[in-house]
Design a protein. Structure first.
Lengths: 454, 1022
């Protein structure tokens, strides 16, 4: 390929021309140095949050779900809201690492590893909620189909059971994908490290990687296969999560638009969370030349797209309610926008549909402070989306005699806080222990990494 | 590792190594020597575990662990009968007939006992009054028997004493008091037992200075006195509700509180029949606050309670002067008396609907002798006399039974009499004051300063089951038997005697109240003395009087078995009106007061407050307001607006220097400027369950007046608020009031409209779609043999809550407490929804009992991931509690929200494990699982009863029939509004309802195919 004056040259993915050892230094620095003061403060905060969550959960496990705000009318509250929220967060990682990989979107390399780690942690956090939301968590094993002397089988008609499979599959595939991608980098770390303990663990985790040609061949093949396997999961997991609602008879839940709407929402919220953390990370670990403003701008474009899709879905729900002529559906949506939880609805609309529209402006797309505010609002908005869907649909359904209000308790809040604590504790441990940027892939996209013309 | 060199030293520690055995085999002498030496030393030492020892310990600890962990659910011992009582077959219930003692109605009951424990109270089907039904309070009164807070031993000034000591001291004092010529006052409830009455007469004979003060705070005392003045009988007429074409109620909640209430309900419901004949009476109800009667009336007219009397006078004037209906029409004095009460003026002045009043006048004048006009307990004696007079004018006393009456064995006292008692106490004329199962301190302290008075009495005795305000002020508190541990006989209606027998021996060291009195009379205590006294009275006095030719022993045993004795006793009611028209004095001058009026109402469940300590009764939602665990002051929406009050704001109600503070409830359909407060709340000494709940309004009553209507009260907003908890209406009434109709949840038609067009429901379309014929995409399941279904006739349902009570007891449903109801976590499997529709100031009020609808295509079933809720082949939506993990998905997907989740172990959570305390645990029905924490539950169509019926059918070698099963709610429903049976049996009663033109299922359009058919309510309007 030769340069032609008529083509605009694509901006380099790693702008400053760095040598490979320099890149090694930058990427591995967090894993090879003592934690900074900032890291400790962050870790203390997040692990305190985790502890608060654990205590709230402990009380709940001891006394029962009654510690929460859930009631007979609103059977699900923060528990399932948090579950859907965290599962959604995970989706961005898979999208970035798998789908963008398949589409050869090379810009992803800077953020893929990190996004994928977030997927794993988000799914781990999410996975706690279906377990603890049941009344008798010690019997949660009943949800798995295993042969037993009672000859009782699970109910394959239930979307909750599909959830069990969808989420566990998602976790396993994502974990393998992430783990596989880490191997060459860990091998690199193994070779660099001088600490005995580190060497021991990195040796185990690098599975005897010797950078041989054969290894690379197998690695590339396996990575491609796992990317292929992960790709449908981006669509399927949140589709199935949306079935929890769409399969029911409840107005406001019983909607065919839910699967695409949920998937778009998941990617939206996932990018929101990835962006939130990356903005901090690139600053703290001085990775601005690797995770560039261009990366962030591209992510903001995706936020704009998915946010608009979500906004379309909100509008379509109202249209369908009106067009169906079905009074229960109509009531639910009017109640959403003007009922007692209208404040939640309008927070959702403003955060998910309103603010991301600012990303039409290039200046805003490339402004770190504005971006930071918007992506945080996206996170807030997407949490409220689940709140709106779950609580407002349940609290006023068919028979007015059963209408009720849902008021979360401190225990709900504690567990919610704990979920963030868990997520960020894991993130913090990750950035200290493992390379948070896929160095091998990064090196492949630096300028002149694949030399030509000679 | 063992090596040759270190072997001698280490042999102790490494004893039974395989190498040792190897050596042994080779008979190494040195080794053997060392080995034996080591063996001797080793035994106590054993520092290291050998493999065998380890395995042995592992084995035994595994065994210990297994024993320790297993059987964690069943910690009790199961002890077999050494000698099996002849009447008990383990696993089978035994039923005993007895008599309910909750109110003076004395209904016949059938007590279900399992292995000697009474577990449920039902009506005695052979009893002519209540014919197999029993009210909410009656059913739940069984809780009192097992209540852990019962008084267990006699108490003297807060110290436990023996019965002997108590007897000795009390008898001495009684004798001394009699010698001193001071009065012995016995304060008791209304007396309906002939033998008890005889006993009391015996008491008076022994202690001649005894006076009886028998009172009923929620009784028809004024009506009795009015009847005495008008017809000369100290009783109440037995009114023929079945043949009454027109019933007019003036503040009379006859569907809730009335003599022979269950018989009234039964007869009233016979006039709401739509299956074979459309037999409807017409009911007008004039009231200030919605009551059960009001909301079930064809016309409910909101009228201030204080002008009722004037209205009655207008009606009298209208009928006898204008319409000249009666013989009194010519009596000038009567004309003069009433001529100033002009009905049309009254209508104008009070904004009544002229149409409705015209209809009332026409109906009453066209149905002379076939209508009933009733006045409630709130009305004064003079108003009751006017009502009797009005009935007389309309010849309605033809409906009063000629040979039967509702008896009052002992005259009831008025407030004035009680005032006399207090005065006597203050003048030191009372020597002994005995409260027999009554609570006058709670009832009257506010009016008469009773506590201060009784401090002066030398000896105050209270006979009671539970600690009460009165027992706290007494010297002696003597614990009495629950009525399920007692003997007795009751005669409430002429010719009907109910017998009471104990079904369990006294749980604590208690005595029957009659036995205590008998001991005082006889001077010594003998076990079962009252039983002997009772039998003796029947053998010597009653049986000969009835002229029965039976041998006493067999008569007694047969009668106990039946629970009821019917005799030929008759009264001779002539219908002669004894009062001179000129004596209809004390009529109101035209009242134009614009002040607030307070009316004190009876609570449907707690009665006079005696049952305030019954958590189940506290938790059954109020039939109208749906509020639990509280009373409140009702206020009309417009008055609330004027005073800028909201539900929950505390107001102070003041009347002549006394005041109460109480939260208000905005009650649609309440008369303007009328406040109503219910009795039975505000107990201060009612145990951990009943104390400090609500407010007692009695103190506002005037000591000399005998009505419960207090005029000219002052209302002050205090600015404080209090949370009233209701099971419904967590939303704005005004905004959503038409939803039940728009959503086709309830249908209400006028009878005439229905007569013209039977297809009112079938032809109804929503957005051009007929809900009934609109097809479903789902294939229905097939039910070949049997399919259970239920119909609920909303024409008959009055919303009394008896079904919920029965369900609670039958299915071991715990009470959860106000806090949990507030969070919407009430556990009752059947609820009665109440909807206000139309004008908020005078709404139409509809009821609808909702329980699990057992849908053919139940949406709860397909979403349960563990298949814990599944459909049976007989159409029952079942719950496998031990499979349920508690995802609550089923409840979310239930369109009727009938599922109930155990958010806690509610038995443990409620009042710190109150429900787990002994002996309350004994109350559980052993046929129904007690659900653990984290499990979903709901109505099962009384599966245990179906299983029993099937067992019986198998025993009899036949197939089970739909009619074999009666669900608990159906059994309890006093108006027979609930019908249960086999849908596949085309001839069943159930199918008559299912296929009825007025039948509909709830939320037809979601096509879940529920199996509960509702029959739309018809109102017999013009």
């Amino acid at each position: 390929m030769s340069y032609d004056a008529t083509y605009t040259k694509e901006l380099p993915l790693v702008p400053e021309r760095s040598s490979f050892p320099e890149l090694d230094e930058v990427v591995f620095k967090p894993t090879e140095t003592k934690p900074t003061r900032a890291w400790y403060i962050a870790f203390i905060i997040s692990s305190t949050a985790l502890l608060i969550g654990a205590l709230s959960l402990g009380y709940t496990l001891y006394y029962g779900i009654g510690m929460w705000g859930n009631n007979n009318t609103v059977g699900w509250g923060f528990d399932i809201i948090n579950f859907v929220f965290w599962i959604g967060i995970g989706h961005a990682g898979t999208l970035i690492s798998a789908i963008l990989y398949l589409f050869r979107q090379k810009w992803r390399t800077g953020i893929a590893r990190f996004a994928e780690a977030m997927t794993i942690f988000a799914v781990m956090t999410a996975g706690i909620f279906p377990l603890i939301h049941v009344g008798r968590p010690w019997l949660a094993g009943y949800l798995f189909p295993y042969p037993n002397q009672h000859n009782v089988w699970v109910n394959f008609n239930s979307p909750l059971l599909w959830d069990v499979f969808a989420v566990s599959t998602y976790f396993i595939i994502s974990f393998l994908f992430w783990g596989l991608g880490l191997i060459p980098d860990i091998a690199n770390l193994r070779s660099r490290t001088k600490s005995g303990i580190k060497k021991f663990f990195y040796t185990i985790l690098s599975f005897g990687w010797r950078n041989s040609n054969r290894h690379w061949q197998h690695y590339e093949r396996a990575y491609l296969l796992l990317a292929g396997l992960s790709t449908p999961l981006v669509l399927s997991v949140h589709t199935i999560v949306s079935f929890d609602f769409a399969v029911s008879v409840l107005p406001g839940w019983h909607t065919t638009i839910f699967p695409p709407y949920f998937v778009a929402g998941a990617i939206f919220s996932g990018f929101g969370m990835v962006a939130t953390v990356l903005i901090v990370l690139r600053k703290v670990f001085d990775l601005k030349h690797i995770i560039t403003i261009d990366h962030l701008e591209k992510m903001n474009k995706i936020l704009l797209l998915t946010g608009t899709i979500v906004g379309y879905a909100y509008a379509m729900e109202f249209f369908t309610a009106w067009y169906s002529g079905y009074q229960f559906e109509q009531f639910v949506f009017i109640n959403r926008a003007f009922g007692p939880y209208a404040w939640a609805y309008w927070i959702m609309i403003a955060c998910n549909v309103g603010f991301p529209q600012l990303f039409w402006f290039k200046k805003i797309r490339r402004s770190i402070p504005v971006m930071m505010i918007i992506v945080i609002l996206v996170n807030v908005g997407m949490w409220f989306e689940r709140f709106v869907i779950i609580v407002t649909s349940l609290h006023r359904d068919f028979l007015p005699s059963s209408w009720a209000m849902y008021i979360p308790t401190w225990y709900d809040a504690g567990i919610f806080l704990g979920s963030f604590g868990m997520f960020f504790t894991l993130v913090l441990l990750f950035v200290k222990l493992l390379p948070s940027i896929s160095l091998t892939e990064l090196k492949a996209v630096t300028e002149n990494a694949q030399p030509k013309n000679h | 590792m063992l090596s040759e060199e270190n072997l001698p030293e280490n042999i102790e520690e490494n004893s039974s190594n395989f190498k040792d055995i190897f050596r042994e085999l080779h008979s190494d002498k040195e080794f053997n020597h060392l080995y034996n030496e080591a063996l001797e030393k080793r035994a106590p030492l054993d520092k290291n575990f050998s493999r065998r020892k380890f395995l042995a310990l592992l084995g035994i600890s595994a065994a210990f662990a297994a024993t320790g962990c297993s059987n964690y659910r069943d910690k009790g011992n199961i002890v077999p009968y050494n000698k099996k009582p002849s009447e008990i077959t383990i696993g089978n219930p035994v039923f005993y007939a007895s008599t309910c003692n909750v109110c003076s109605n004395s209904c016949g009951i059938l007590i279900k006992t399992r292995e000697g424990r009474p577990i449920k109270i039902d009506g005695n089907p052979d009893h002519p009054i209540n014919s197999g039904k029993i009210c909410t309070t009656g059913q739940l009164s069984i809780l009192s028997l097992y209540n852990p807070q019962r008084i267990k031993e006699p108490i003297f000034n807060n110290t436990q004493i023996s019965w002997q000591e108590a007897d000795k001291n009390i008898i001495q004092t009684l004798i001394k008091t009699t010698e001193n010529g001071k009065e012995i006052a016995l304060i008791t409830n209304g007396i309906t037992s002939p033998t008890y009455k005889k006993l009391i007469e015996g008491f008076i004979k022994t202690f001649p200075y005894t006076k009886i003060y028998s009172y009923e705070i929620t009784g028809y005392t004024n009506k009795i006195n009015a009847f005495k003045k008008t017809y000369g009988r100290e009783s109440l007429p037995s009114e023929d509700f079945e043949n009454a074409k027109i019933i007019v109620s003036f503040e009379c909640d006859f569907l809730n509180n009335y003599p022979n209430k269950l018989s009234v309900l039964n007869k009233f419901s016979k006039n709401r029949e739509i299956i074979e004949k459309e037999n409807f009476n017409r009911t007008y109800c004039f009231e200030s606050t919605p009551t059960v009667t009001g909301i079930n009336s064809d016309y409910r007219i909101v009228l201030r309670s204080d002008i009722l009397e004037e209205f009655i006078c207008c009606l009298i004037n209208e009928f006898h002067t204008v319409k000249k209906l009666s013989e009194y029409a010519k009596n000038i004095s009567v004309i003069n008396l009433f001529s100033k009460y002009i009905l049309s003026d009254f209508i104008l002045k009070n904004n009544l609907s002229k149409n409705v009043i015209d209809n009332l006048i026409n109906d009453l004048s066209n149905n002379t002798g076939k209508s009933l006009i009733l006045g409630g307990i709130q009305l004064s004696e003079s108003t009751q006399i006017l009502i009797f007079f009005l009935n007389k004018i309309l010849e309605n006393d033809k409906l009063y039974s000629k040979d039967k009456e509702i008896k009052c064995q002992y005259p009831l006292i008025k407030k004035a009499d009680f005032n006399n008692l207090v005065e006597k106490i203050n003048n030191d004329k009372i020597g002994v004051l005995t409260h027999i199962d009554t609570n006058p301190v709670y009832h009257f302290n506010g009016i008469f300063d009773y506590i201060k008075a009784i401090e002066k009495v030398p000896l105050v005795i209270t006979l009671t089951e539970f600690e009460s305000e009165t027992s706290a002020q007494s010297h002696y508190t003597l614990p009495i038997n629950n009525y399920l541990e007692s003997w007795g006989d009751y005669n409430y209606v002429t010719g009907i005697y109910s017998l009471q027998q104990p079904v369990i021996s006294p749980i604590y060291n208690t005595r029957q109240k009659e036995e205590i009195l008998l001991t005082w009379i006889e001077g010594t205590h003998q076990n079962n003395s009252y039983l002997r006294y009772l039998k003796n009275n029947w053998e010597k006095n009653l049986l000969p009087a009835f002229g029965f030719p039976f041998d006493f022993k067999s008569f007694w045993i047969n009668s106990l078995n039946a629970g009821v004795v019917k005799t030929n006793e008759k009264i001779n009611f002539t219908g002669e009106f004894k009062i001179e028209p000129s004596e209809l004095s004390n009529k109101p001058t035209s009242v134009t007061t614009n002040d607030y009026v307070l009316i004190i109402k009876e609570n449907p469940f707690l009665l006079d407050g005696k049952y305030a300590n019954n958590g189940w009764l506290q938790e059954i939602p109020h039939p109208i307001s749906k509020i639990v665990w509280d009373n409140y002051a009702t206020i009309s929406p417009s008055a609330a607006k004027n005073l800028s009050l909201n539900t929950g704001d505390i107001i102070e109600i003041k009347k002549s220097g006394k005041s109460i503070k109480i939260p208000v409830l905005i009650q649609p359909g309440n008369a303007d400027k009328v406040i109503s407060v219910e009795l039975g709340y505000g107990r201060t000494k009612a145990g951990i369950i009943g104390s400090f709940i609500g407010t007692n309004p009695i103190c506002l009553l005037n000591a000399d007046k005998d009505d419960l209507i207090i005029k000219d009260i002052e209302i002050v907003k205090t600015g404080n608020t209090y949370e009233l908890v209701s099971t419904q209406e967590h939303y704005s009434l005004e905004k959503y009031k038409d939803i039940p109709i728009k959503r086709n949840i309830i249908y209400e038609f006028e009878l005439d409209e229905y007569r013209k067009n039977h297809d009112l429901i079938n032809s109804k379309e929503v957005e051009g779609i007929n809900l009934k014929t609109f097809p479903s995409v789902n294939q229905p399941h097939k039910y070949d043999e049997l399919k259970w279904g239920m119909a609920i006739d909303l024409n008959k349902c009055i919303g009394c809550g008896a079904c919920a009570a029965a369900c609670n007891i039958e299915n071991n449903i715990p009470m959860v407490g106000k806090e949990q109801v507030k969070l919407n976590r009430e556990m009752m499997w059947i609820r009665i929804d109440r909807y206000y529709t139309g004008d908020i100031n005078n709404p139409s009020i509809s009821l609808q009992p909702v329980l699990c609808q057992h849908c053919d295509l139940a949406p709860c079933e397909n979403v349960c991931p563990v298949a814990a809720t599944t459909h049976s082949t007989e159409g029952i939506n079942g719950m496998a509690y031990n499979r349920c993990v508690g995802t609550r998905y089923c409840s979310n997907n239930c369109p009727y929200k009938v599922r109930r989740f155990n958010f806690f172990d509610f038995r443990d959570n409620f009042k710190e494990g109150f429900l787990y305390s002994e002996p309350l645990k004994q109350l559980s029905n052993p046929e129904v699982t007690v659900r653990s924490r984290g499990v979903m539950e709901k109505c099962t169509f009384c599966l245990q009863r179906i299983m029993n019926a099937r067992d019986n059918a198998v025993k009899e070698n036949r197939k089970i029939e739909g009619t074999d099963v009666v669900t608990a709610c159906q059994e309890a429903c006093p108006t027979n509004a609930i019908i249960f049976g086999n849908i596949n049996d085309t001839n069943s009663d159930l199918n008559k309802y299912r296929n009825h033109k007025l039948g509909y299922t709830l939320l037809e359009e979601i096509k879940v195919k529920p199996n509960i058919t509702y029959i739309a309510k018809l109102r017999n309007n013009h």
